[in-house]
Design a protein around this ligand. Sequence first.
Ligand SMILES: Cc1ncc(C[n+]2csc(CCOP(=O)(O)OP(=O)(O)O)c2C)c(N)n1
Ligand SMILES: [Mg+2]
Length: 410
Amino acid sequence: MADAGMLRFHVPEPEVRPGGTPDFSNVTIPKAGSVPRPEIDVDPRTIRDMAFSIIRVLNRAGEAVGPWAGLLSDEELLQGLRHMMTLRTFDARMQMAQRQGKTSFYMQHLGEEAVSCAFRKALQPGDMNFPTYRQAGLLIADGYPMVSMMNQIYSNEADPLKGRQLPVMYSSKEHGFFSISGNLATQYIQAVGWAMASAISNDSRIAAAWIGDGSTAESDFHAALVFASTYKAPVVLNVVNNQWAISTFQGIARGGSGTFAARGLGFGIPSLRVDGNDYLAVHAVAKWAVERARRNLGPTLVEYVTYRVGAHSTSDDPSAYRPKAESDAWPLGDPVIRLKNHLIQKGAWSEDRHTQAEAEILETVIAAQKEAESHGTLHAGGKPSTRDMFEGVYAEMPPHLRRQRQQAGV
Ligand SMILES: Cc1ncc(C[n+]2csc(CCOP(=O)(O)OP(=O)(O)O)c2C)c(N)n1
Ligand SMILES: [Mg+2]
């Protein structure tokens, strides 16, 4: 045996580096419609192979096929398309606003719009998401005002969070969007705890936990799975695998488990993988998982297979760690174009109407931006009061904060 006695340390390497030719030949894509749709109360032991496949509805011709198709009306699909287009336009405007110095920071969703926009439509009012910074579609698809999101991004006088959170770290109890934590993975155990509390109090509301591929390496992710499986918590455990964690490729956090969904198998949690760029597939799988939670059948782990087309954030430059054309080579395409083609193929949409909708959406986003900017931006106009930073944490302000507030003279 070669090297007997000499240990070697193993670090997984991405397939390609900058300057190389993008290669996704290792990503196996099953045909649309080929993965079965099990009954809601299926024995998890009988569907273990679903953790290694990919549920897809939209085929290359833009048709919706197979057992996961047929849940949404044309009207609902057109609304979904509009939500994704709105999120994309919102992103483009806010990315530009950051470059203009109107905010310090922004994070885009480019390529991942279907995940949060379609998931939201599977929930009911009162359900609670514990999102990361890349699920603003949960708010847009639920009708949360874009102006409020922009006010938060600008930390202006109308910022609902009064300048106390990093830009894009929204919070809205009314819209089922728990305050985002910058400490990755902490929201996963919070979601499971919230779901357990909902069950303990015989409520009917369920929780959705959200995490990125890279963050599943945090201990909190694993602790959350223990509690969720032991107590059959009414929670959907979402893992958004967008292939990258800033500059680290997904192979590092995934380790030897083959897929992120497979992480759930050791806990006896039904674990599915879904095409994250397929609005219909995301919605159908979300509905299945949400119904399981609601019917006391316990947690479901869902891995959304997608690709982060944009930079990690406005502080990142992906050309330093991946080939420039990698996103063009991503085999699951673009979520907006795929849903658009499906609707055109059905005769419910056209190129002209799409172009017109793009213009209308841009106009709406610009109008919201003007309104938000009338309340100030990072370096201009109205700001939250310094007094606000002392409020909202304690029901009764403790003496040391009262003293500090006096010293600040506010
Ligand atoms: C506990 C913790 N560790 C590290 C960071 C710094 N950090 C912010 S985002 C990020 C990458 C996360 O990647 P992933 O979970 O795949 O989510 P994505 O950004 O791809 O949506 C890191 C390491 C953090 N915010 N919190
Ligand atoms: Mg990631």
